[in-house]
Design a protein around this ligand. Structure first.
Ligand SMILES: [Zn+2]
Ligand SMILES: [Zn+2]
Length: 339
């Protein structure tokens, strides 16, 4: 099977032919239909996360069908459609695992980071961490597996307030804006200054206001979630929330947060981060996505064009989410010319 491989940190992915082993007792061998391209993939590629071992296949928003299930797998069978999320394995015995916080497991493994992911035609995944999915086109479901569900963990952490700021209107924010709309919340979208396309997109998805991250919303907000990997947005977001409000950082990596006056935090404002997901988050979010008929707006790319997808994401040029789509047969197009 073919995979786009990271062979050295910081270098473009390379199309390689690989042979996967048979699935272990608890594993599924999955034929991939689509894999989302997440901002985290860029942090791995750029070496901004610790313990990256090359060669590696990126991608942790995987939708596919089970080709073969290990002998001990009970939840899925050959032919079932499954989603493979970021959380790939936990120890089950640490303080966090024993207290319902397996997202913080000290011995966790992650798809497309500490084990091979979905920028490929096939993947092996531990069935105990795979998710059943609502019906829909694979490409439009793939972004639910990280942007959607880790975004939703951030959304819950932001509390119950009626006004919510979303900073960085990409894959996660465009899904959460839809959820927030269903729940009657008012979304205020903060985009890159001058990005009219993103502003229009946010308003189209129901945001009541959309402006640049250098602008102030017309009112103080109950909460704000920061998706952009830009530490300078932290004091900006604190200044945008009311006393008692919350600011949640949803990304895995951010540039350094600059110093800021204590008065921005004072007034019982809360600042927190969200890390990873639990399997329970995944099940709850997929059930919600099914009830709402939640779909991502996507830009589709061939597997061999993964580098192009990553570069467009890096430039902020993707509207909604970027997704790699694998053809049903094993043939993969040759890479397109770089722009
Ligand atoms: Zn653990
Ligand atoms: Zn992700």
């Amino acid at each position: 099977m073919k995979a786009m491989r990271l062979t050295a940190r910081g270098s473009p992915l390379e199309l390689r032919e690989l042979e996967l082993s048979r699935p272990g007792d608890q594993e599924l061998l999955i034929r991939i239909e689509a894999c989302g391209v997440c901002r985290t993939d860029l942090h791995v590629l750029d070496g901004e996360l610790p313990d990256i071992h090359c060669p590696l296949t990126l991608g942790h928003e995987v939708v596919g069908h089970v080709l073969e299930a290990g002998s001990a797998v009970e939840r899925f069978r050959t032919g079932d459609r499954v989603g493979v999320p970021w959380l790939a394995h936990t120890c089950g015995v640490c303080l966090y695992c024993r207290s319902g916080r397996e997202n913080l497991c000290t011995d966790a493994r992650f798809t497309g980071y500490t084990r091979d992911g979905g920028y490929a035609e096939q993947v092996l995944a531990d069935a105990r961490y795979c998710l059943a999915l609502p019906p829909g086109p694979a490409a439009e479901l793939a972004p639910l597996l990280c942007a959607g569900l880790i975004g939703y963990r951030a959304y819950r952490a932001a509390g119950e307030g009626s006004s919510l700021g979303l900073s960085g209107f990409g894959a996660a924010a465009h899904l959460l804006a839809q959820v927030a709309g269903h729940e009657g919340r008012r979304v205020f979208a903060f985009t890159r200054p001058g990005d009219d396309e993103a502003r229009r997109f946010a308003l189209e998805l129901g945001a009541v206001w959309a402006g640049g991250s250098d602008e102030r919303a017309p009112e103080l907000l109950d909460a704000a979630i920061i998706f952009a990997p830009v530490g300078a947005l932290v004091p900006e977001a604190l200044a945008a929330v009311r006393p008692g409000g919350r600011v949640v950082c949803a990304g895995i990596h951010m540039s350094d947060v600059p110093g800021f006056p204590y008065r921005l935090l004072w007034g019982e404002r809360q600042l927190s981060s969200v890390a990873n997901l639990t399997r329970r988050d995944g099940e709850e979010f997929m059930a919600l996505a099914g009830r709402l008929g939640l779909r991502a707006r996507v830009e589709r790319f061939a597997l061999a064009d993964a580098n192009l997808a990553l570069e467009r994401l890096r430039r902020g040029a993707v509207t909604g989410a970027a997704v790699l789509e694998m053809p049903a047969s094993s043939s993969v197009a040759t890479p397109a010319a770089r722009p």
